[in-house]
Design a protein around this ligand. Structure first.
Ligand code: ADP
Ligand code: MN
Ligand code: MN
Ligand code: MN
Length: 344
């Protein structure tokens, strides 16, 4: 028997977006535990905005398990929060009720800032560094500093060891700003991995005295880019059938549902989606081929393949909840009828 360190991780009840929480329990197993072997657990919901003090127990239900390379015999256990009966999803538990479809693929491009001493990593104590230009995909100490790359590399290795589909890294447009990409099949699988990747990033940065600023516009109305979480998506139908007519109906549905999308695309998005800094204004839907100033960017490959493939919704922001984002995209897609020939 081996004692495993099980980090149960869940989303709290803070609004407009939840924060990550986690606590450890030790349990003995013959070998590395499977999801089915992991027991329900509980926590004090009165400390996480999920219960009143007089009846504070909430239940943690494991839904995905990832190896934890930072610990000997460690496991990261993604959980849903349940009511005390262990069966009813807690109102804060979005994951339990979202649309899912294993044929729906999602690629999230998570942008974020490293922060130290209340400002982006590499910013001087007062004023600003040299303006944006050399930082995006940049190299060299004056562009990326001396520890950022170490942090993103360590994060990459932690994600790979956890079995997370990490797809890439790049330094971003603002100093101290970076991006990583996570891909998954099915909204729950993709979003579980995204939340776990966020968790690993935050936890790994603790020892460097560095925080992650997930806000979409931490530097406000300045000439410094905000942070998005572009969401690339495709369904089986989009990849295999597609067509111009279907694509245009899809875009019409996205336009009609603009409010529903913006509502779950992350807080304060009006600060970021201004029409400047490679964004489209939040209240005006648009799409365009290879257009990074549109709400939805249509890759060249999509058009070249007969309107088949994936699309990029550029509106979701860095702080958005990937469960809610993916679910809303699937909801809108579900409103669009498929061509008769294909449906038959
Ligand atoms: P860019 O920065 O040019 O917008 P990235 O390379 O950062 O693009 O991100 C593109 C994302 O698209 C990747 O995360 C990738 O996983 C995702 N992607 C690629 N093909 C598909 C697909 N068929 N369905 C959904 N997402 C996809
Ligand atoms: Mn990208
Ligand atoms: Mn980017
Ligand atoms: Mn993108």
């Amino acid at each position: 028997m081996t004692k495993y360190k099980l980090e149960y991780i869940w989303l709290d009840g803070y609004t407009p977006v939840p924060s990550l929480r986690g606590k450890t329990q030790l349990k003995e197993f013959d070998s590395y535990p499977t999801l089915e072997q992991l027991p329900l657990w509980g926590f004090d919901g009165s400390s996480t905005m999920q219960a009143e003090g007089h009846s504070s127990d909430c239940v943690l239900k494991p839904v995905a398990v990832f190896p934890d390379a930072a610990r000997v015999n460690g496991a990261l256990v993604m959980c849903e929060v349940m009511m005390p009966d262990g069966k009813t999803p807690h109102p804060s538990n979005k994951r339990a009720t979202i649309l899912d479809d294993s044929g729906a693929w999602f690629g999230f491009e998570q942008e974020y800032f490293f922060y130290k001493d209340g400002r982006p990593l590499g910013f001087p104590a007062s004023g600003y560094p040299a303006p944006q230009g050399p930082y995006y995909t940049g190299v060299g100490y004056k562009n990326v500093g001396d520890i950022a790359r170490k942090l993103v590399e360590e994060h990459l290795d932690l994600c790979l060891a956890a079995g997370i589909n990490h797809e890439g890294i790049n330094a971003e447009v603002a100093k101290g700003q970076w991006e990583f990409q996570i891909f998954g099949k099915g909204s729950k699988t993709a979003a579980d991995q995204m939340w776990m990747a966020r968790y690993l990033m935050m936890r790994n940065c603790e020892k460097y005295g560095v925080d992650i600023e997930w806000h979409c516009k931490p530097l406000g109305d300045t000439d410094w880019n905000g942070s998005g979480m572009h969401t690339n998506f495709s369904t089986t139908y989009m990849r295999e059938v597609g067509g111009k007519e279907y694509f245009e109906s899809l875009m019409k549905a996205f336009e009609t549902n603009i409010e529903e999308h913006i509502a779950v695309y992350g807080p304060d998005n009006h600060m970021r989606l201004t029409g400047k800094h490679e964004t489209a204004p939040w209240n005006k839907f648009s799409y365009g081929v290879a257009d990074r100033g549109a709400s939805i960017r249509v890759p060249h490959s999509f058009v070249n393949n007969g309107y088949k493939g994936y699309l990029e919704d550029r509106r979701p922001n860095s702080m958005g909840d990937p469960y809610a984002i993916a679910s809303q995209i699937l909801k809108t897609i579900a409103e669009v009828p498929l061509a008769k020939a294909a449906a038959a």
